[in-house]
Each structure stands twice: as structure tokens, then as C-alpha cells.
Design a protein around this ligand. Structure first.
Ligand SMILES: [Zn+2]
Length: 455
């Protein structure tokens, strides 16, 4: 009987149409416009970080991305390090994808060319629908629309409606509002002024511009993302308006300048203010961001824990730093990303404690499947089951989202089978929990006010 239940739970988990809480995929039309180069795509994140960690140099990584170098020459560089990284889940996720999607069983000098051919064959309109809907069983994904670093291109500001545009049959948009928080120099303000067609000369002007943009797009958004842990510590102090205003005014008092080449022109720009000076302004703007999220009923997705890439400051992103926000903003809903890894126990304690705090396992299944299994197993004893978001692909390339989805389903199946085997859960309960953590919890958190699909 119990063996039947083990098989049954696997079947049920595989049937769930998942709500993917977090992706960064480039637009399909951009993906299919260029050649599907396996190195260029698969080295855009994660696996490349493991390669660097294993000893590859940045020059070698750059060569892997250079399409002018033949696949076989790039394989020769890659193969020096592949042996060291193919044990990690970042590699396994790619291996699962190329096997299931393109029929490539093993990656080597011969099959890399075959993989490139097969990827190119499928690199056409409908690629995302095929992989995300048909293969990965994802009903819809929350899409974190990354605002490209603008450089000094402030005379070509892209309209915000374009920035948050997604294919609504597959995605819903999440936005960061980062350009209102990281204001450190006059050109940042020029850029915002240009985009919003307002002039910004005081903190009050900046706040009005922020509200204006928030109001303009809030009905299209499904969540707000806070990504700041990549750039600074995530303790956002309670500061006064006048402290923030003082920092703001420093931007206009800057007396040193930089000379830069911009599209062939030599231009002069005021320097940025330092982080120490800017911090109160940033803290104030984050509190304002939360207040606006409450007003427009948008959950907040917050990056905590490990950072993608290499040589980051992981101590900056302990979710315990956010506790003052959880205490102050009871009406807000905080979705804590990446399970806070490596601060797993800290995250669990916060989610157990605060009614307004949820945990999101996005990225975690490929950081380490065994850690993901361990925490899901433990957290099902610890945290109410409506507060766990079980899957977010968190990939830049769509094959990765697929590989990750397979690992996530395996992990959740295996934990629930263990619970059934040791008789701490019956099949029916395990089945209900699977549906909640892979689908219903995310529907309740992000789609309460808005439709999943646009008619
Ligand atoms: Zn992400």
C-alpha cells in the first residue's frame, strides 16, 4: 500500500502546473534573433561562476563567450575545468536540459557541435512555450525585469512601459525601481527627469517622481523586487526626512568631476557621492518603496543570502537584517528569496514567527538539491505550509529553467515520499502540500488581486 503511495505522490507532483515565482529570461524575440550558441547561453550565469570558482580565469571565460572562436577550440578551454564542476547542481541542471530537450546524453568535444545544431533547429518562435509550458509544466512565471545598466545614455531613456513588457501568456512582470533608490549623482537625476518628464531638484521632487512612476505601472505589476543585497548591506535604518534630504542635497554640492567618452564625445559629469553619505537617502527610499507596495497591494520579493557571480559579500545579505521592516510594516508581504541560504535557520525562524513573511525556494534547488531536500523536510515540521513558495527557476536562459524545474520536482517528491515512508504524513496530506508549495501558495500571494492570464 505504502509503495503505491510513493509512486502516486511522484505522479501527482509531476502533474502540477507550477507557478514559477522568479525568472530573468531574455525576451524570446531577442533569444531567437541571435544564433543559439551553447557556450554563450549556458555561461551567462551559475555554471560560469562554478568554473571561475574552480580556477578558470576571466580571460578564459571571455573566450568561451566569443562566437568567433570555433566550438571545438572553446571546448578545449572548457574541458580543462569541466571535470571539476560537473558534480555541481549548476552543471546537472544544464545536463538534464540538454538530454531531455535536445537528446544529448553526454557533453564532449563531439556532442557540443551536435548540441549547437539541435539548439539552432529549435531556436524559433514558440521556443519558450514549448520549454516552459509543455516540457517544464509551468503555468506562469513572475518575471524580474532587469533594468539594464544605463551607462550615460540618459538621452535615450526607454519608457517604463517598455521595460516591464512581457509575453503575458507565459509571464507577469515584477519591477525593482532601483533607479529611484540608487541615486548618487546628478546624471541619475537627469535620467529620471528625462524618463518621467519632470524636473528633480529636491528630495520632495524625487519622491513625487517615484510615486508617479509607481502609480503609473502598479496595476501591471505582480510584485516588487528588492535586489539591493548585491550592492550593500540590507539593514535599512529608520531615518528622518531631513537626514535623507541632507544626503540628497550632497549630490548637488559635489565639486569634483569626471571626464568620460560617450559615443565619441568628451563629456564632463559630477562625481558620485560616497556610500556613507548616500546611505540615509537609500534607506529612506526603501522604506518609501515598502509603503508604496502596501498602498498598491504588491508583495515584496527580497534577495537574501548567496549572490550569483563570484567574490560577493555574503555577510551583507543575512535576512535577520530585515527584521525591523517585518516589525514595522505589518500590512506588507515579504517573500524571502533563495531561502536565505546560507542563513537557512535564521530564515526559518523569521518565517515561523512573522505572519507577513514567506519563504521562497527560488534558485535553491540548483544551489544544492540535498540542501533543498533537507530544508523542505525540516520546514514541513516547522513552518505553516501556506508560507513556502516551492519553485522559482531564476535563469537567464530558458533551458536552465527547465533543468531546474526537473530537479525541484524530484526534490519535493523525494521529501514527501520520505514523510510518507516514515508515516509522519499520509498520501492525501502529502499531495495537498505538494499542490500548495508548487502552485497554490504563489497564487494566493501574487495573484489574489489580478488574473493569472490576461484575456
Ligand atoms: Zn534572480
Amino acid at each position: 500500500m505504502r509503495n503505491d503511495d510513493l509512486k502516486k505522490i511522484e505522479t501527482e507532483v509531476n502533474k502540477i502546473k507550477m507557478i514559477d515565482t522568479h525568472e530573468h529570461l531574455q525576451k524570446e524575440k531577442n533569444r531567437i534573433r541571435s544564433k543559439a550558441d551553447p557556450f554563450k547561453l549556458f555561461m551567462s550565469q551559475y555554471l560560469s561562476s562554478d568554473l571561475i570558482s574552480s580556477g578558470m580565469s576571466y580571460e578564459e571565460l571571455q573566450k568561451l563567450n566569443d562566437e568567433k572562436i570555433s566550438l571545438s577550440n572553446r571546448w578545449d578551454i572548457f574541458s580543462l575545468f569541466w571535470n571539476n564542476v560537473q558534480n555541481t547542481a549548476y552543471a546537472k541542471s544544464v545536463l538534464i536540459a540538454i538530454k531531455d530537450l535536445y537528446g544529448i546524453e553526454k557533453l564532449d568535444k563531439r556532442t557540443i557541435a551536435e548540441l549547437a545544431r539541435k539548439m539552432e533547429e529549435m531556436n524559433k518562435q514558440g521556443l519558450y512555450r514549448w520549454i516552459l509550458k509543455e516540457k517544464a509544466g509551468i503555468e506562469i512565471a513572475l518575471h524580474d525585469t532587469i533594468l539594464k545598466p544605463r551607462g550615460y545614455d540618459f538621452w535615450n531613456a526607454m519608457p517604463i512601459s517598455k521595460i516591464i513588457e512581457v509575453d503575458r501568456s507565459l509571464f507577469v512582470p515584477v519591477h525593482r525601481f532601483q533607479d529611484f533608490i540608487f541615486v548618487t549623482e546628478r546624471t541619475d537625476l537627469d535620467f529620471l527627469s528625462k524618463r518621467l518628464n519632470v524636473s528633480i531638484h529636491s528630495l520632495n521632487d524625487l519622491l513625487n517622481a517615484f510615486k508617479m512612476e509607481f502609480e503609473k505601472i502598479s496595476s501591471k505589476l505582480y510584485a516588487v523586487k528588492i535586489w539591493i543585497a548585491y550592492r550593500r548591506n540590507i539593514f535599512f535604518d529608520k531615518v528622518t526626512y531631513s537626514e535623507a534630504e541632507k544626503a540628497f542635497n550632497e549630490i548637488f554640492r559635489q565639486q569634483s568631476f569626471k571626464r568620460m567618452d560617450v559615443e565619441g564625445m568628451r563629456l564632463t559629469f559630477p562625481e558620485s557621492i560616497s556610500f556613507e553619505i548616500a546611505k540615509p537617502l537609500q534607506d529612506y527610499m526603501v522604506h518609501e518603496l515598502i509603503r508604496l507596495s502596501i498602498r498598491y497591494k504588491l508583495p515584496l520579493q527580497i534577495h537574501t543570502g548567496i549572490h550569483e557571480g563570484n567574490e560577493n559579500m555574503v555577510s551583507n545579505s543575512n535576512p535577520l537584517y530585515l527584521t525591523n521592516l517585518f516589525v514595522e510594516y505589518k500590512e506588507a508581504q515579504f517573500d524571502i528569496f533563495h531561502a536565505g541560504y546560507p542563513f537557512l535557520d535564521e530564515t526559518a525562524a523569521l518565517v515561523k514567527n512573522f505572519p507577513n513573511v514567506y519563504v521562497d525556494l527560488c534558485w535553491l534547488h540548483i544551489i544544492s538539491p540535498s540542501i533543498a531536500k533537507r530544508v523542505i523536510y525540516e520546514w514541513l515540521d516547522l513552518i505553516p505550509s501556506n508560507k513556502i513558495m516551492g519553485f522559482g527557476g531564476d535563469y537567464l536562459f530558458v533551458e536552465g529553467s527547465y533543468g531546474h524545474s526537473v530537479i525541484a520536482r524530484q526534490n519535493i517528491t523525494s521529501v514527501l515520499q520520505k514523510k510518507i515512508e516514515e508515516r509522519s504524513m499520509k498520501f492525501e496530506e502529502a499531495n495537498k502540500i505538494a499542490k500548495k508549495i508548487l502552485r497554490e501558495n504563489a497564487l494566493n500571494l501574487f495573484f489574489k488581486e489580478k488574473p493569472v492570464h490576461q484575456s
